[in-house]
Design a protein around this ligand. Structure first.
Ligand code: ADP
Length: 306
């Protein structure tokens, strides 16, 4: 095989009670990468269509991630990468992660799968670090594995695929405004007090239990962020109004994806998800903010060959 085309999905990160550790892939939006073997002995970004991102090898998350994989394997081969960039950078829905994941997944396939999927995360993360020094792995893990994931950022990026209930849906709104992860981390405190940490622990524990027990009341009460939302909310257009509306209409939670500006809600039942999406669409339209919105189940596919 000399050429491969892959789809690498967008993803929601910082899922309410899971700052930096909980994420999920999103159906229907992602980057497409066409990767071909080349004689040049290096990775070259040959074409970028869609949204604009750097094409220099040392600045694009796809080429940096791909090169990290080749260096690890000690392989002196070249690959050309064409990126159809469909996720706007600075979206909060894992634009940089999708390209990095697509590159390592596609190159690994062209090499005959020398590494297992779970071994690829560390190389995709090398790409993510180009976009933000302090990038956590929840977007990369979601794009790679698909579905709802829990990732461990301090020990080899171990990923757990969590059991999402079939009738659990997410609505994602992406206002077409850029917020860079690196800028938005500056507003976060360096330390948290014990009470806050304890509250967060009970939230994440309750949420994980609710996924196994299908206890939606526990899920709703557990889907709370005590760590970051209050610091970032003021930088995310329409967040307070969207949050109020979504919760009043029955969402289980409504929070900021990544560092914003995207906002997501978790909702029980697909018909409710479409209804709440329409209500939030109306808010952005009234405020004159251009946006895209998506409804996704929580078992959307991760990166795959197309
Ligand atoms: P997002 O959450 O949307 O990924 P980030 O702020 O984390 O946003 O990353 C966007 C930054 O990464 C931008 O500065 C962008 O130029 C840079 N970048 C480099 N390569 C890529 C790529 N292939 N896709 C997206 N962003 C990239």
């Amino acid at each position: 095989m000399k050429q491969i085309k892959v789809f690498s999905p967008a993803s929601v990160s910082n899922v309410c009670c899971g700052f930096d550790v909980l994420g999920f892939s999103v159906d229907g939006i992602g980057d497409e990468l066409t990767i071909s073997k080349s004689k040049k002995k290096k990775i070259t970004i040959t074409k970028i269509s869609g949204f604009t991102v750097p094409s220099e090898n040392n600045k694009n998350t796809a080429s940096v991630a791909g090169q990290a994989l080749l260096d690890h394997l000690g392989i002196n081969e070249g690959f050309d990468i064409e990126i159809n960039k469909k996720i706007k950078p600075g979206s909060g829905i894992g634009s940089s992660a999708a390209s990095a994941v697509g590159a390592v997944f596609g190159i690994n396939k062209l090499l005959g799968d020398p590494l297992k999927k779970e071994q690829l995360i560390q190389f995709a993360m090398m790409g993510e670090f180009v976009s933000s020094q302090s990038a956590p792995a929840d977007n990369v893990a979601s794009a790679l594995h698909g579905g709802l994931i829990l990732v461990n950022n301090h020990q080899n990026y171990e990923v757990v695929n969590l059991p999402a209930p079939k009738n659990l849906y997410a609505v994602v709104h992406h206002p077409l405004i850029e917020i860079k992860t690196s800028d938005s981390r500056v507003v976060l405190p360096k330390n948290v007090d014990l009470e806050t940490a304890s509250n967060q622990l009970s939230s994440i524990g309750g949420f994980i239990h609710s996924l196994h027990s299908l206890d939606f009341l526990l899920m709703k009460s557990s889907l709370t962020d005590h760590l970051v939302e209050k610091y970032r909310a003021q930088y995310v257009p329409a967040f307070l109004e969207v949050n109020d509306t979504a919760m009043a209409k029955g969402a289980l939670c409504c929070s900021i994806s990544g560092s914003g500006p995207s906002i997501f809600c978790l909702i029980k039942d697909s018909s409710e998800a479409y209804r709440i999406r329409t209500e939030i669409d109306k808010i952005y339209s009234r405020l004159g903010i251009k946006f895209n919105s998506y409804v996704t189940s929580l078992d959307a596919k991760g990166v795959h060959v197309i």
